[in-house]
Design a protein around this ligand. Structure first.
Ligand code: IPT
Length: 981
């Protein structure tokens, strides 16, 4: 047979041939032969390079290399050089000419062979070969017999092998094509990777399929259970007193505990036939749209969600169960309660973990045709009847596989596949199989009358607010408009977590919480898809689009997650945890009470332990526990301060420290949970009990002109430039006005593309020019101007230096700087930052500060920063965004101490507060680096003391910063005080 003719299935639109009907994923005690492990492998360059005789059992593959199954073949050599071919990243564009269903002639094809032995007693006469996931299209032979072929990468495929399997040795051969007609339906924003990337097994056939329906009636507390099985079986759930019963029921049980994310109660049971036992885990729950509100178990269901792709920096889309568990635990530990499985059904073990630990899941089908947007959706498969079987096949395989998971509360037809009749047909098919879950879909921010949830991506806050009020813009079709007005709303993607950001999380959350129609949203996205690499000098870094020489690519748009590629939480995740915390704590110092509001879905706050700490200048002066009566979901309570707290506060008030006194209240788990140990904090609140006493004015010392310098107290200035060069025994450079920051991804991208405007205005190449240096009896006044070559605009600056007269106070070294900035000429662009920068000798330094912390914070992403005293080092203050950019700011610092190994400590005080960034390299180096390993300490510690930063926003995909967080170039004054110790 001619090989290329036999490969016609690659480009036909059919979803496959020879496959078994889709069914539920489950584990049973029926015999299984796992086929994961080392397979013989060869990568053919195209269909004209296939190995003749590959399927034959007798073919000699001894010289072939070995490849681990499951794996993505491009990732075989990672870290370091890719194994076979190379990963390639595009966001929405297809990486080949759009000419459906044709794909490139150069179609890399993985040829796999695996010999295995069938153990004695294995029931060979009734067996199935199961692939959990193969990307993108494959054909299979067992002992030379062709079983069939399949597409639909992230969905299982099964073949009946009863007549092909033989006792003893068997040989399985699989041909996997990187590109196929299916690739047109799998244009998700991710790396293009190929191969048998999920497990393979041979399974003895027994129980075919079953469908558990376990509803919960919140009015009566009754659970109703019915299980449809093929063939018939017996059902036991000992905890509910059901033994060997007819699964069909229906059975009702009084007083069951409903399944929810907060209390994921699973009733263990089994289905049995003569020789087989299938384990069941039943969660009773009912999802419904009631009066336009999404509810679960009768209570409003609000998603505090994330979009999750499957990703590991070493193995791509092949994940171990430990990695899946790590995701679930990290989500739970950060108050996340929901996952959208963007944009395909995940490994089923992930759903098992969501059942166990409690996460609501929006299960999304493996479908995206985004690249047709470039042709204004002309030729989009979603509206072409020729593709209908492929669409229905994908919907059915998702629903059949995942239908028994209590965690799955809604289906999503796919992502960004435009609109069209095939999508409507998918929805109808899903409803036919399962009418218990609502259906979601949005493509190009349009859906259709066939969805049950109104979803938008990256809506503005005002738009969400309008939808919450039922005042959204009309659609063109009146019938569809009316349908949509009755639906609950989700932001299926919002808050693009690319690089430093997202800003706006608190603002979105406030809106979500103010209208019942709004069922929350899913941050885009969970993880940065960086690929672990090692540079020639041995330094590690994470690769992104373009790093593998792709012909077209979308750069670091693939690194837009709340966790870094190694799953370390980014500041964005820490902020999200705070913004979505399910208990809200408000401290009312005037009435000496603490308000506690519960945003839980179903659980009262009895599982939490509340504790308090009083701190004076960040140093603890008292702590204790607070007993709080359990607060029911949606309720709130006011608790008076207990006596020991009141006493601690009174004692602190008497101390004349002159510093701020803060009360912090924490809510933490009283007992271990499946997802974290006791003591884990889920929420906190702070209140300022006493402000600091403003520094008193002091008698000013005169600036003295010496031969080579100007001195002011212990400070020394350059006579010509007026620059501070020394403070006591500490050498330093600066401070000088600085308005530039290494643009963040949100600065670079989006409609505003602010970074380009900043560069056009020359903000990355500003020149500082001293105009006058005026020593006087009350200090030193230096005037200067900061402006770019070619620019007629500039920033006028006055630096006013003052210090106390020696002996006039306790702290005679305090040197104050007041900076006055006056924009001159036109300033159509906002400023990236407004502050001064300075530097000290050193490659690292200890940093201690009192202000917001411990993490990075910016003006529109600072909820997670609590006021306290923190310690770190300059190196540790850096946040390793995959593409280097502005990072590491510590916000509202009252005072800080920087200690290098080259002199006394530098003390900095904000007057009253200042933002502090410390780095072992300069802004230019940070802005120029493509990857983190290119940044090396250059011998000077840079300190940025900012009066304000431009907000972060989320413009890399979504709205920019809100107007109140735009740093407009306007006249400004700020002040800071320095000392050495
Ligand atoms: C949206 C996609 O759905 C998602 O996959 C991802 O690409 C995201 O954008 C950006 O990272 S679609 C976009 C047109 C709003």
């Amino acid at each position: 047979m001619n090989i290329s003719e036999s490969s016609a299935y690659v480009e036909d639109r059919s979803p496959g041939s020879g496959r078994l009907r889709p069914r539920a994923a489950f584990t049973s005690d029926a015999p299984v032969i796992p086929l994961d492990g080392a397979w013989r492998f060869r990568l053919a360059t195209g269909l004209d390079d296939l190995t003749e005789g590959l399927p034959e059992a007798g073919f000699d593959d001894a010289a072939w290399e070995l490849l681990e199954v499951p794996s993505c073949w491009q990732m075989a050599g990672i870290p370091g050089k890719p194994g076979y071919g190379a990963p390639a990243y595009t966001n929405t564009q297809y990486p080949f000419p759009v000419d459906p269903p044709r794909v490139p002639e150069q179609n890399p094809t993985g040829e796999y062979r695996r010999a295995f032995d069938v153990p004695d007693g294995f029931p060979i006469e009734d067996t199935v070969l199961r692939f959990e996931g193969v990307d993108s299209c494959f054909a299979v032979w067992l002992n030379g017999i062709r079983l069939g072929d399949g597409k639909g990468s992230r969905l299982p495929t099964e073949f009946d092998i009863s007549s092909a399997l033989c006792p003893g040795r068997n040989v399985l051969a699989v041909r996997v094509h990187q590109w196929s007609s299916g690739s047109y339906l799998e244009d998700q924003d991710m790396w293009w990777l190929s191969g048998i990337f999920r497990s393979v097994s041979v399974i003895a056939r027994g129980i075919e399929d079953f469908f558990v329906r376990a509803d919960f009636d919140h009015r009566t507390g009754r659970g109703t259970l019915s299980v449809r099985t093929t063939p018939s079986a017996r059902l036991s759930i000992p905890e509910l007193g059901l033994i060997d019963a007819d699964p069909a029921g229906p059975y009702t049980f009084e007083g069951v505990t409903a399944w929810s994310d907060e209390e994921p109660k699973l009733y263990e049971g089994s289905l049995t036939t003569g020789g087989e036992r299938v384990g069941l885990r039943i969660g009773f729950r009912t999802v419904a749209v009631v009066d336009g509100v999404l509810t679960a178990n009768g209570r409003p269901l609000t998603f505090r969600g994330v979009n999750r792709h499957e990703w590991h920096p070493l193995t791509g889309r092949t994940l171990t169960e430990e990695t899946m568990l790590a995701d679930v635990l990290l989500m739970k530990q950060h108050n996340v309660n929901a996952v959208r499985t963007s944009h395909y059904p995940p490994d089923t073990r992930f759903l098992d973990l969501c059942d166990t630990h409690g996460l609501w899941v929006l299960d999304e089908c493996d479908l995206e045709t985004h690249g047709f947007a470039y042709a204004n959706w002309r030729g989009n498969p979603s509206d072409d009847p020729a593709w209908l079987p492929a669409y229905l096949d994908r919907a059915e395989r998702m629903v059949q596989r995942d239908k028994n998971h209590p965690c799955v509360v809604a289906w999503s037809l796919g992502n960004e596949a435009g609109t069209g009749q095939n999508l409507a047909a998918m929805a109808a098919l899903i409803r036919e199989h399962d009418d218990s879950r609502p259906i979601h879909y949005t493509g190009n921010n349009e859906s259709g009358s066939y969805v049950d949830i109104y979803g938008l991506m990256y809506p503005g806050i005002d738009e969400v607010e309008a939808i919450g009020r039922g005042r959204e813009q009309r659609t063109t079709d009146p019938a569809e408009d009316e349908h949509r007005r009755g639906l609950p709303f989700i932001a299926c993607e919002y808050a693009h977590a690319m690089g430093n950001g997202p800003g706006l999380l608190a603002e979105y959350q406030a809106v979500f919480e103010s209208h019942p129609r709004l069922a929350g949203g899913f941050v885009w996205e969970w993880i940065d898809h960086g690929i672990a690499q090692v540079a020639e000098d041995g330094s590690p870094f994470y690769a992104y689009g373009g790093d593998f020489g792709e012909e077209i690519h979308d750069g670091n748009f693939v690194a837009d997650g709340l966790v870094f590629p190694d799953r370390t939480p980014s500041p964005g995740l820490v902020e999200y945890k705070k913004v979505i915390e399910p208990v809200r704590i408000v401290i009312d110092a005037s009435t000496r009470r603490i308000g506690i509001r519960s945003l839980h879905h179903s659980r009262d706050t009895g599982y939490l332990r509340f504790s308090w700490t009083v701190e004076d200048d960040g140093k603890p002066v008292g702590s204790g526990e607070l007993s709080v009566p359990p607060v029911a979901p949606g309720n709130e309570t006011l608790v008076p301060w207990p006596d020991d707290l009141a006493a601690a506060v009174d004692a602190a008030a008497k101390e004349a420290s002159g510093c701020e006194v803060w009360l912090t209240l924490r809510a933490a788990l009283a007992e271990d949970a499946s997802w974290v140990d006791a003591g884990h904090e889920i929420g906190w609140g702070q209140g300022l009990l006493r402000p600091s006493t403003p520094p008193t004015d002091f008698t000013l010392a005169a600036a003295l002109v010496r031969e080579d310098a100007i001195t002011l107290g212990v400070a020394r200035f350059d006579r010509r430039t007026g620059a501070l060069t020394r403070l006591g025994a500490l050498d330093l450079e600066g401070p000088r006005l600085d308005v530039w920051r290494a643009p963040t991804d949100n600065d670079e991208l989006g409609l505003a593309a602010e970074a380009a405007a900043w560069r056009a205005a020359g903000l990355d190449r500003m020149h500082h020019r001293t105009l006058t240096v005026e020593p006087g009896p009350s200090g030193l006044v230096v005037s200067a101007r900061l402006a770019a070559s070619g620019s007629c605009s500039g920033l006028g600056i006055v630096y006013r230096w003052t210090t106390r007269q020696a002996g006039a106070g306790a702290d005679a070294t305090g040197l104050r700087l007041q900076v006055t900035v006056t924009p001159e000429g036109d300033w159509p662009v906002p400023l990236p930052r407004l502050g001064v920068s300075m530097s000290l000798l050193g490659t690292d330094a200890d940093v201690e500060w009192f202000g917001r912390g411990p993490g990075e914070a910016y003006r529109d992403s600072q909820a997670a920063g609590r006021v306290g005293r923190f310690r770190s080092t300059v190196v540790a203050l850096q946040t390793p965004y995959v593409r280097p950019q502005e990072n590491g700011n510590r916000r509202e610092v009252r005072h800080a101490r920087i200690t290098t190994s080259h002199g006394p400590s530098l003390l900095i005080s904000g007057l009253p507060v200042i933002d502090l960034t410390a780095r072992p390299w300069g802004t230019a180096a940070l802005a120029a680096a493509d990857h983190h390993n290119q940044l090396r300490p250059d011998g000077r510690i840079r300190l940025h003391l900012d009066s304000e930063h431009h907000g972060l926003g989320t413009a890399s995909c979504g709205p920019p910063q809100s107007p109140q967080h735009v740093l407009v170039a306007a006249p400004a004054t700020f002040a800071v005080e320095f000392a050495v110790d």
